[in-house]
Design a protein. Structure first.
Length: 139
């Protein structure tokens, strides 16, 4: 079953997979830092219409499955998270300074993909076989 959200003017299901990489692929994330980074994501997410569905870390990256509202500007949210979490993790885990000598925690780039309940082919076929164009093709 598809998880559907609503607001006053829309019905939506907006889910995304985000991968953030530690600068220089440094292997600095342990369980404690993973939990810390997740708590920061959840806190900033609340203010931006974003909520975590699933979270996990490798020792040099983070995977997040999250849902968002249509009004959420994803690039602004991700940059706000990266900026705040970088500042806070370095403040709370001083040992990171020796591994990340230029002051950055995250790499500049990230991976973001939409995650849907149907494949692209399924949606394409639905659109192709629905409505006026279908009727006009039959004529």
């Amino acid at each position: 079953m598809v998880d559907i959200d609503t607001n006053k003017h829309s019905v939506y299901s907006l889910k995304y997979h985000l991968v953030l990489i530690v600068k220089y692929r440094k292997k600095v994330i342990d369980q404690e830092k993973c939990e810390f980074l997740e708590s920061v994501f959840r806190r900033i997410g609340e203010k931006n219409g974003v909520s975590v569905i699933e979270w996990d870390c490798g020792n040099d990256h983070v995977h997040v499955l999250f849902k968002a509202k249509p009004s959420t500007c994803l690039s602004k949210f991700i940059n706000a998270y990266k900026s705040a979490s970088s500042r806070l993790i370095k403040k709370n885990f001083l040992e990171l300074k020796k591994d990340l000598w230029k002051g950055y925690f995250w790499s500049r780039s990230y991976f973001l993909s939409s995650v849907g309940g149907a494949t692209l082919d399924t949606v394409k076929r639905y659109i192709e076989n629905h409505g006026l164009r279908r009727t006009n093709r039959s004529s």
